[in-house]
Design a protein around this ligand. Structure first.
Ligand code: MG
Ligand code: MG
Length: 263
């Protein structure tokens, strides 16, 4: 992972644009998600939109950590018990009652944006609804911890506390991260831990905060088939929400949305 880099206000404005592209595409993807759509169709939609906005897909070709199987998709599409890094496929067709997590990264004018949402497909179970709501609430509580002189573990502590109070569990194997001219920069931003530890937050830091929450146990496993897809070990549902957040002089700015700090 690249070291932490503080960004200028001008650089943060560019990252805001990058994230606005992503958030707009995610909003429009939510509109096309329905039974019968394949995750490859979603992937094509996202890729065309990124290119038309002058961006470059950030995940496509991302190197595999062990072998040559670089990530083939523009989006990560993780279905139901899949946590993150699901590979878009013409063979994965959405069905009524599914939940689908879409993670989308873009490189734009030399900077990265990274954001994710979990969508319901049609009408979903009460558990799935609650899982998505709790995960989004956990993200918002994590964001609310971002302030100058705060500590990075304050974020994870807020996320974990809310998730576990609701009977769900946070994934440990994957964490949030700094972001800028590299997709993954220091510091790592875990979704768990005691408060008051780790990197001290400073204006100009930009963090991708991204709780991954399982309805059952926290353990995950990686698919041997594609080397990428992480799924819950117990088969329970999983949800994932992510935004990029800049530390400001007075607090935080959620990138890619019109009103800072408001979801
Ligand atoms: Mg992401
Ligand atoms: Mg990320």
């Amino acid at each position: 992972m690249s070291p932490t880099v503080l960004k200028s206000p001008a650089e943060i404005d560019v990252m805001d644009e990058a994230n606005r592209i992503i958030r707009t595409i995610l909003r429009d993807l939510r509109g096309i998600v329905r039974p019968g759509v394949t995750t490859l169709e979603m992937d094509r939609f996202a890729e065309e939109r990124i290119l038309s906005e002058g961006g470059v897909p950030a995940f496509k070709g991302y190197p595999h950590r062990n072998d040559g199987r670089d990530f083939p998709g523009t989006i990560c599409s993780s279905l139901n018990g899949e946590v993150v890094h699901g590979v878009p496929s013409e063979n994965v067709r959405l069905e009524e009652g599914d939940i689908i997590s879409v993670d989308l990264g873009v490189r734009y004018k030399g900077y990265y944006g990274d954001s994710a949402e979990t969508f319901p497909v049609g009408t979903v179970s009460e558990e799935a609804d609650r899982l998505m709501a709790v995960t989004r609430q956990a993200l918002n509580l994590g964001i609310a911890q971002v302030r100058p002189d705060g500590r990075v573990s304050d974020i994870g502590h807020a996320v974990q506390s809310h998730v576990e109070a609701n009977g769900f569990s946070v994934v440990r194997e994957f964490v949030g991260h700094g972001i800028g001219s590299e997709l993954h920069e220091e510091p790592q931003v875990p979704n768990f831990g005691k408060p008051g530890r780790g990197t001290r937050l400073a204006p100009g830091m930009v963090l991708a905060i991204e709780p991954m929450v399982n309805a059952g146990g926290a353990d995950v496993m990686i698919s041997a088939d594609d080397g990428w897809t992480a799924r819950t070990r117990d088969g329970s549902l999983s949800a994932h929400f992510e935004v990029s957040v800049a530390v400001t002089e007075t607090g935080y700015r959620v990138l890619g949305e019109p009103t800072p700090g408001k979801e």
